[in-house]
Design a protein around this ligand. Structure first.
Ligand code: TYM
Length: 326
């Protein structure tokens, strides 16, 4: 029996942080043996806002190297860069033509991002259609992501279903896979806000490549609440976030969490979380230093070459369904 397809992508912008790892990449690693997985560095999404070209080139390789450092085996899963398979952009256009503008204007990420900019590139509005194309291009069944991508996944399903009902069965309708813990890691400095790659503020996020002593300090400085110690009934968002980070890294059960943390003073809570985070990041950082750039380019090219025929078949089928010249 052929394995069901899994697809997910990460943008080569900013610094990958523990939210990206716990929300998405940790699940990539878990799923790779059970499914036919494609993990993609989505550079076409990155250029929806200006990226300095040399920096973007460097970031693409950094993300690919981090995928491997986090435990993705390029001999098991397919690693690739989005722009190296032209079907992403091609299917993106075809799906644009069947997507109502109102669906895109409703996207909360679009509203947030466009509110922060003086001039908005048309690509920012298009962004979720390209994401739908990434997923539908490979007839993906499962998409492991963090909670902030749930709305984009709903849109992907809407686009697939509306295309299928207008033109006949063409696309697999994908399911969203959120992690049990860590689907929405919040900022350490402001637990009301999602931990973000672009947010400034040195105490906001823990980068996967942060110096471990610095990372621990950030946790020790994290915002908590006015209680003196952990109370599972009344805890505020800062304490909930720290406990969530611990649980997602350690895999502890709810019962173990209760036993270990109930009544613990915040200083001690932070120490435990800091130790756990450092212990989990240490092997990732060690492997990252071993991944070499030359080899990486070969792997990414091989990944794209291996998967391109699947993309081409879907583009051909879609064009044919629409009555385009094939
Ligand atoms: P990106 O690059 O912003 O984030 C990569 C992954 O990390 C997850 N994530 C988080 N999870 C938990 N807590 C957080 N604070 C947190 N911040 C980010 C994201 O949910 C994501 O899974 N649009 C996507 C990239 C994309 C994609 C795709 C994903 C393009 N095409 C197709 C899946 C399938 C994005 O910007 O992710």
């Amino acid at each position: 029996m052929t394995k069901a397809r899994v697809f997910s992508g990460v943008q080569p912008t900013g610094h990958l942080h523990i939210g990206n790892y716990l929300g998405a990449i940790q699940n990539f690693v878990r799923l790779q043996h059970e499914y036919d997985c494609i993990f993609c560095v989505v550079d076409l999404h990155a250029v929806t806002v200006y990226q300095e070209p040399a920096e973007l080139r460097r970031k693409i390789r950094e993300i690919a190297a981090l995928f491997i450092a986090c435990g993705i085996d390029p001999n098991v899963a397919t690693l690739m860069v989005q722009s190296s398979v032209s079907g992403h952009a091609e299917l993106g256009w075809l799906l644009t033509c069947v997507t109502p503008l109102g669906w895109l204007e409703r996207m909360t990420q679009y509203k947030d991002k466009s509110a922060k900019q003086e001039t908005i590139g048309a690509g920012l509005l298009q962004y979720p259609v390209l994401m739908a194309a990434d997923i539908l291009l490979y007839q993906s069944k499962i998409v492991p992501v963090g909670d902030d991508q749930s709305q984009h996944l709903e849109l992907t399903r809407d686009i697939a279903q509306s295309f299928n009902s207008r033109y006949g069965d063409t696309f697999t309708v994908p399911a969203t896979k959120l992690p049990t813990h860590g689907a929405r890691v919040m900022g350490l400095d402001d637990p009301e806000k999602k931990m973000s790659k672009s947010a400034t503020g040195t105490s906001h996020a823990i980068g996967l490549l942060d110096d471990l002593a610095q990372a621990k300090k950030k946790i020790m400085r994290a915002t908590t609440d006015s209680n003196p110690a952990v109370d599972f009934e009344t805890m505020g968002p800062g304490v909930r976030n720290l406990l969530g980070i611990y649980q997602a890294f350690s895999g502890a059960s709810n019962e173990q969490m209760q036993n270990e943390f109930a009544g613990l003073r915040y200083g001690d809570l932070k120490k435990k979380v800091a130790e756990q985070v450092a212990q989990s990041l240490e092997p990732i950082q060690a492997r990252y230093r071993e991944v070499t750039t030359g080899n990486l380019d070969d792997l990414l090219r091989q990944g794209a070459n291996r998967i391109r025929p699947v993309a081409e078949a879907t583009v051909r089928l879609t064009k044919d369904r629409m009555g385009l010249y094939t």
